[in-house]
Design a protein around this ligand. Structure first.
Ligand SMILES: [Zn+2]
Ligand SMILES: [Zn+2]
Length: 271
């Protein structure tokens, strides 16, 4: 199995429920030789009683012992997943340079400053308008931040919708997608295919489950070469979910390689 570049543990991600030992054994059981651990870090997150940050120096120290636990057959990439808001771009860049991360993911987990897991008002907005605004924020994030490697789960906006047609399509907002891709390509950053999104679409019975081919084809047409995959696992039993399906799908669209990041450098793996 190719690198799963996006995973969380309960030791540093407040919403995760798996230990590093559980994650390591799941990766080994799946025959995976390399995983990214990308713990949540939200700068100036709206108060929900939880601490969405962690001590970076402690993480750096503990990570060395995790690498030993996983060696020699499993390589761990030290990562972080930042939640973007317009006013925290500079702070993300600053924090991302404090310890020697292998990989930095940028995500948009809020809509108009609200967590849509808790506040689902955004789903009253017509689908195209919702996607246009969300992808527009992702484009801004990738334009304004610089110390990152990957734009994660562009389709996260639909994670909690009840509308089974709320699938993110290129045609919803081509200008915003083009801006996003232009930023990623000009800075040599990667686009993530989040396989948990596929699994969630399936679980809910969405009309469509796999990423819109028009999105991936347009990314490639504009010169995009860096696609990475992540299962975004938080709990035991979710590591590598829908990975094979996503790989087969990418191959069917003509993609031949995926990337992972080590010391912020992209490495290619055949699909
Ligand atoms: Zn996320
Ligand atoms: Zn995540």
């Amino acid at each position: 199995m190719i690198t799963d570049g996006h995973n969380h543990t309960k030791h540093f991600s407040v919403d995760a429920g798996q230990t590093i030992e559980e994650l390591i054994s799941a990766a080994r059981a799946a025959g995976c030789g390399r995983i990214g651990i990308t713990e949540h870090y939200e700068v100036d997150y709206p108060d929900d009683g939880l601490d969405w940050t962690f001590d970076l120096q402690e993480y750096n120290k503990v990570f060395s012992s995790w690498r030993e636990l996983a060696a020699p057959d499993l390589e761990l990439l030290m990562g972080i997943e930042f939640g973007y808001q317009s006013h925290v771009a500079a702070e993300i860049d600053r924090i991302a340079s404090l310890i020697p991360f292998d990989v930095v993911l940028l995500s948009v987990h809020l809509f108009r400053g609200k967590d849509f897991y808790v506040d689902r008002e955004c789903y009253k907005i017509p689908k195209k308008d919702l996607h246009k605004e969300y992808i527009g924020v992702m484009a801004e994030m990738c334009e304004r931040c610089n110390n990152y490697d990957v734009a994660a789960h562009y389709d996260y906006i639909n994670r909690y919708t009840d509308n089974l047609n709320n699938f993110v399509l290129y045609e919803d907002c081509p200008d915003e997608f083009d801006r996003l891709f232009e930023a990623l390509i000009s800075k040599d950053k990667a686009l993530e295919i989040n396989t948990k999104s596929i699994q969630k679409h399936k679980e809910k019975g969405f009309v469509r489950t796999l990423p819109d081919p028009a999105i991936l084809n347009r990314y490639r047409e504009m010169g995009g070469k860096l696609i990475c995959l992540g299962s975004d696992s938080h709990f035991p039993g979710t590591f590598g979910v829908c990975f094979n399906e996503a790989v087969e799908y990418l191959k069917s669209l003509g993609f031949k390689e995926a990337v992972y990041f080590k010391e912020h450098k992209p490495y290619f793996e055949g699909l």
